[in-house]
Design a protein around this ligand. Structure first.
Ligand code: FES
Length: 124
């Protein structure tokens, strides 16, 4: 006979919880999904069929079609952009110097639990 052991949430090993990320489409539709640690924010949208992030280059930082505006509360909490991301953002649709990020360059970790990103009107 097979037995399963129930473990309440507080007794489960720490660090296994997947961070929640909220994607807001340009029309205001919100999608809050769990994204695996180590995946990119772009992959979180793609794997959950969330519209508004294309990711045409597959995450190689070569297309800018994964552009989003980070919610103002999160701008200073994310890792800084590197030069390649800065350069590629010049090709994004209506980039915002403070809030624009390429989601393929944002690797999900525990610190991103609750992250909110807003998609632009379109991807170029
Ligand atoms: S997926 Fe192409 S730059 Fe992010």
């Amino acid at each position: 006979m097979r037995r399963t052991t129930f473990r309440p949430e507080h007794a489960r090993p720490k660090g296994k919880k997947m961070p929640n990320i909220t994607y807001i489409e340009h029309n205001g539709t919100e999608h809050t999904v769990k994204v695996a640690k180590g995946a990119s924010v772009m992959e979180g949208a793609r794997d959950n069929n969330i519209p508004g992030i294309d990711g045409d280059c597959g995450g190689a930082c070569a297309c800018s079609t994964c552009h989003v505006y980070v919610h103002p509360d999160w701008v200073d909490k994310l890792p800084a952009k590197d030069g390649m991301e800065e350069d590629m953002l010049d090709f994004a649709f209506e980039p915002n110097p403070e809030r624009s990020r390429l989601t393929c360059q944002l690797r999900v970790d525990d610190s991103m639990d609750g992250l909110v990103v807003v998609m632009p009107e379109k991807q170029l």
